[in-house]
Design a protein around this ligand. Sequence first.
Ligand SMILES: Nc1ncnc2c1ncn2[C@@H]1O[C@H](COP(=O)(O)OP(=O)(O)O)[C@@H](O)[C@H]1O
Ligand SMILES: [Mg+2]
Length: 206
Amino acid sequence: MSSSSADELSPRESFLLERASVALNRFDDETPEIYRRPIDLPAQVQDWVAGWGGRSLFLTGGIGVGKTHTAWKTCRRWLEAQYGPGQPWQGSPVIKTFRSTALFDALRPDAPEGEGRTLSKQLQRVDLLFIDDLAAARPSTWTQERLFEIFDERYIRRRPVIITCDVLPNQLSEVTGPRVASRLAEMCGNSIVLLEGRDRRQGVAA
Ligand SMILES: Nc1ncnc2c1ncn2[C@@H]1O[C@H](COP(=O)(O)OP(=O)(O)O)[C@@H](O)[C@H]1O
Ligand SMILES: [Mg+2]
């Protein structure tokens, strides 16, 4: 009869648990405090995490309905899920998050020596890229080209993005250019979640 109890963890399980907790703590440290509090995720978003197979996620809805909070929490749940049984990670998945305004600024041609290029290469490769409020900024033609490089590589490699935006993917052409909008629509497929309700910020001071 074996001396180990049924709920004792194998060395591999303990190793994965330890690695998950380091990665999740690191992600929590990088998460702005306002987005750390617990919220419920919509069922469609929970389904996206549970059935994830390389697909991207598009969160849309009006101002203040909870898109950014939902996206941060979704990134965390996705990260958590990568350490579940049967996951193939050898290392720890890398998540990068950007507000579109900051991203477009960083990709500009006058960004310090080569930084835009380095960033666009990095964002082609990260395991999950979250861009917040994609339609909030108007990129130049140059920035649209960098955005295309990022999205085209991610599209080819089936690397996911999480986008929050107050318009639908088919209305994004003006912002991202038609080639990015078309790829994004295919990357998300039917994983487009409309968050409804009032502007939650309006109720805060009452
Ligand atoms: N699921 C939620 N449950 C309760 N409050 C939420 C939830 N999501 C967001 N909030 C609150 O709603 C407000 C707006 O959220 P935010 O994610 O910034 O909206 P959006 O990105 O759609 O403009 C914030 O005050 C936030 O604390
Ligand atoms: Mg937002």
